[in-house]
Design a binder for this molecule. Sequence first.
Ligand SMILES: Nc1ncnc2c1ncn2[C@@H]1O[C@H](COP(=O)(O)OP(=O)(O)OP(=O)(O)O)[C@@H](O)[C@H]1O
Length: 766
Amino acid sequence: MRKSKPKSKQTRRDRHEAEQEEISKLNQWIDSQKPDSGTNPLSLPPLPKDAPIGPLQDDKFSRYSGVTMFKELPLSKRTQDGLKRANFSKMTDIQRASLPHSLCGRDILGAAKTGSGKTLAFIIPIVEKLYKERWGSEDGVGGIIISPTRELAGQLFDVLKTVGKFHNFSAGLLIGGRKEVEMEKEHVNALNILVCTPGRLLQHMDETPNFDCSQLQVLVLDEADRILDVGFKKTLNAIVAQLPKRRQTLLFSATQTKSIQDLARLSLKDPEYISVHEDAETATPNRLQQTAMIVPLEQKLDMLWSFVKAHLNSKILVFLSSCKQVKFVFEAFKKLRPGIPLKCLHGRMKQEKRMGIYSQFCESHSVLFSTDVASRGLDFNKAVDWVVQVDCPDDVASYIHRVGRTARYLAGGRSVLFLMPSEMKMLEKLQTAKIPVQFIKANTKRLQPVSGLLSALLVKYPDMQQLAQRAFITYLRSIHIQKDKEVFDVLKLSIEEFSASLGLPMTPKVRFLNQKIKGKKAFGKSALLESEDSEKEDAAEIPGEKLDIGNFREESVARLKENLEIGDSEEEDGEKGFLQTKNAPNGSEAKTGEIEDLVPATRVLKKKKLKINVHRPVGTRVVFDEEGNTLPPLARVADRKNVDNSSLLDQDKREGYYKNMREQMKHVDKEDKVLDRQRRREKRIKEKMKRKIGSMGLEEDGEGEDDLSGSEGEGRKRKRSKIYFDSDSDNAEMTESKDNVGISTDSISLADQEALALKLLSSMHS
Ligand SMILES: Nc1ncnc2c1ncn2[C@@H]1O[C@H](COP(=O)(O)OP(=O)(O)OP(=O)(O)O)[C@@H](O)[C@H]1O
């Protein structure tokens, strides 16, 4: 905030007195005109035009409840100047409704639609409170704003800097993922306002010497329902335990908590419930056009690719359910070059990178693939044109926040939700929650299949195969751990088709599904299980959920009928041609009854044992070309030269291609097994020989070596014995040479070894 120039003693004294006077007037104004508790300022008429503002005659003051302009509020000149400079003059509804109550010190439980200006509704009271208390650096922490994500905390910090530009407070942004925690510790005690994520705040409370919040005046929870939910429960309880009970508490969200328990945890004192859009016809912004359409799981990427290609001049925010999916789709689409810059954002990225991506997306037309880390609060500078939800949100609240990244303040925006046929219940839930989602159909004529290209990509880039596999597993897991079983049922997913749609040549095994499908027979620890294990952090993105492996009903997996009702009528150019309004009987939104007709019948999936070599990580087989150079995995079965991408777009050819690849994989597997058997046999014989040699007094150390092969002093430098294992081998980790082994294994063939072993054995028995 403002850096003041050195001033003379007299000037400082004058300024101090002027401020004292201003504060005294403000307090009188606030006190004399404060609205009754429980009243709604929005129900009062605005002040008449040209009505005097502030002090009137006879020590009276103008009314500030129900006013429409910031300048009509009892705010300090410094705050007024900050607002003016940022061009904030007219208040939004949530600001009009809450500021008259919060300025007179009341606790607030505020709810208003996304993008409706809640941030100023809590930043202004903090700044004003500290100003009126004449808070200074020696007073320590006076205000804390807690945000669920780092990016949002950064954004709130920027708004605080704007509004507080002419104040003298010190403020700090304390968020995780930054290295400078030690530096923060040195300065944090001198900060007056902290904008932080819960984890970092608690870290300072636990670790920073003399960190003291006992004088806290105002606590704000932005996205309060999120911070109060189970994922942050322990952290928040620990934080609140260290805060004074006597304080003002402001809670804001577009989807506010109504839990009495939550409020009790925060010890709110007779809070004002301010829900400005409670009686509105819709729970989402009026300028937001929302659509939904059926997209089977295996067509999601085709649909997304086609959507991106049809909107190359837009700013698009795409939500997927896990980091791994974000990574895979981002990397894959990037390699396919759709013709628009692509970016990705998820919780596993380094903080600097996250912030960089966030700022870049604010600036340019591009597509941002993201997890729910970008779903709440973020106000991307230049408006987002489209929010695309490729994966269904966890619940209605999550939907509201995701689509709320567009159509902010006075801007318009559009959103589209991909729903699998098994998720149609979500549409009902949205409509019940007053969310006007129009059901549309995609124009399949404009659909650009991408899975063929993906399978070619996976062949070319070995890393992509791992990414695809992880995306596959984490997606299934994310569905598995969803709470709302009415919407999410992993057993209804068309798993093999999904795997193929990611370009995977074979369907990876998924333990939690296979356990039930295959019966009780337990698997050994396979490559797949390892990759599954490594995804656990991804699942941890969903707070409060524990993996409940093996908690499935003993049912067959149902798979959805492939041919879904997707229209194919004539398209126009561009966006309109791509997304079409579903011809619902009433011509607009689909009604609950109609939804059932749209859900295709399901059929029972054969319990099919998928054959893969469980000991071999997919795609790590080392293959050599004729010159002895290593080739990427699968290169042998899918020589790039033989892959005609265009032909892969043809469904029949694609299936043929997969079939061929599978056959060849099986063949390769067979070869592996033969090799493996041979290798084991060699190993057994070698061990036997070693035992015999040992029992004959030939030790496997330097001395024994001398006995057998002569000393180096004789100038005969023994060739190092190297044991090469390809990465498929059980002993793949043994790649280093064993110099001390008395017998060089590469100089003795298997037959020689057997002969030697026999000789040794017979010499022992003779
Ligand atoms: N009084 C105002 N006049 C003009 N613009 C405003 C005003 N108040 C807020 N805005 C602008 O409206 C946009 C949305 O505001 P803000 O981010 O506070 O919304 P929000 O209600 O917190 O949204 P969300 O629920 O998504 O967190 C911002 O760009 C902000 O600058």
